[in-house]
Design a protein around this ligand. Structure first.
Ligand SMILES: [Zn+2]
Length: 315
């Protein structure tokens, strides 16, 4: 009997669980609320329920699975199978999730941080197929990444390699979520775009961004929308975003010398608005031999990357 993979994308607000075949086709996937506020016992029970649900939906049994892969927010220790204390999973403290689930379900369970899992997914099933030296970057509310070196995930000494969002691009820059100043994430994430927009509005700059946000909070998507409508300030912000992305990408080329860098996450949906300026910056800032061999592309797996990446941990 053909073996299937089960991928669980554990997030702070939702758990996405799917059955995937070995070619990266999703047979069925579901999303349920994480209920993170209820703590790890409840969340782990919900993961179990979601696995039984997709098995039921597909008419498969646990014995049809090769195993279960879990992509979780970090910090975590993948080798030990322990989730340490992710900010968006309150009350978690060194939870041995792999041991708990493999005992209860009687099947192999693997754990990796969500960005690394996504990198493996994109490497095996998406734009990184056949690319031995490959970097995946996700740009959304934060910036994360995963690095494949010579065909294997490079996870570092304690699963914290490729914290791409937290390399400093300006030591005098704005404060980052990590407590440091001027990280790549503090300049180029969706959250950063929105912050730059709010700062401009507070200074009295006239912009459509404010109208588009209405009574709600200004978000990165309002900036892109306003730029599409020709708003000058929004266009400036988009250009800045592309520039900062280019700076980070040039650094990443220097760190890892990849053949391909794929960019995913919410901000990558605006690829056409960002690509030209981003690459112009890369060409200016990257070391020539590194830039010459590296292609920068939009990630292919889109919103399925969480489930596919988690499933790919079993391959
Ligand atoms: Zn940081």
């Amino acid at each position: 009997m053909k073996k299937f993979l089960c991928g669980v994308d554990l997030g702070g607000t939702k758990i996405s669980t799917g059955i995937v075949d070995e070619n990266g086709n999703i047979i069925k996937s579901i999303k349920i609320p994480t209920m993170a506020e209820k703590g790890p016992d409840v969340v782990i029970e919900r993961i179990e329920e979601s696995i039984y649900q997709v098995l039921k939906d597909t008419g498969l049994e646990m014995s049809n699975l090769k195993g279960i892969g879990i992509g979780s927010p970090g910090p975590l220790n993948a080798k030990k199978g322990i989730v340490i204390s992710p900010p968006n999973l309150p009350h978690w403290s060194n939870v041995p999730i792999v041991e708990i689930l493999s005992k209860r379900l009687g099947i192999e369970v693997r754990l990796e941080n969500d960005a690394n899992a996504a990198a493996i997914g994109e490497h095996l099933f998406g734009s990184g197929r056949g690319v031995d030296n490959f970097v995946y970057i996700t740009v959304s509310t934060g910036i994360g990444g995963g690095v494949i070196i010579e065909g294997k995930l490079y996870s570092g000494e304690n699963s914290n390699a490729a914290e791409i969002g937290h390399h400093t691009i300006n030591f005098d820059g704005p404060r980052c979520n990590c407590g440091n100043y001027g990280c790549f994430e503090a300049y180029a994430s969706g959250t950063a775009i929105a912050r730059f927009a709010r700062e401009g509005i507070e200074k009295g700059i006239k912009t459509k961004i404010k109208e588009l946000a209405g009574e709600g909070e200004v978000k990165a998507e309002h900036v892109f929308e306003a730029a599409k409508l020709g708003d000058e300030f929004a266009k400036e912000l988009v250009e800045k975003e592309a520039f900062y992305l280019g700076v980070g990408i040039a650094n990443i080329m220097a760190f890892y010398n990849p053949r391909k860098i794929a960019i995913g996450g919410g901000v990558s949906a605006q690829w056409d608005m960002l690509y030209e300026k981003m690459m112009e910056t890369v060409r200016k800032k990257a070391l020539k031999p590194n830039a010459e061999v590296c292609e920068v592309v939009k990630a292919q797996l889109g919103e399925n990357i969480g489930v596919l990446g988690a499933a790919a941990l079993l391959l």
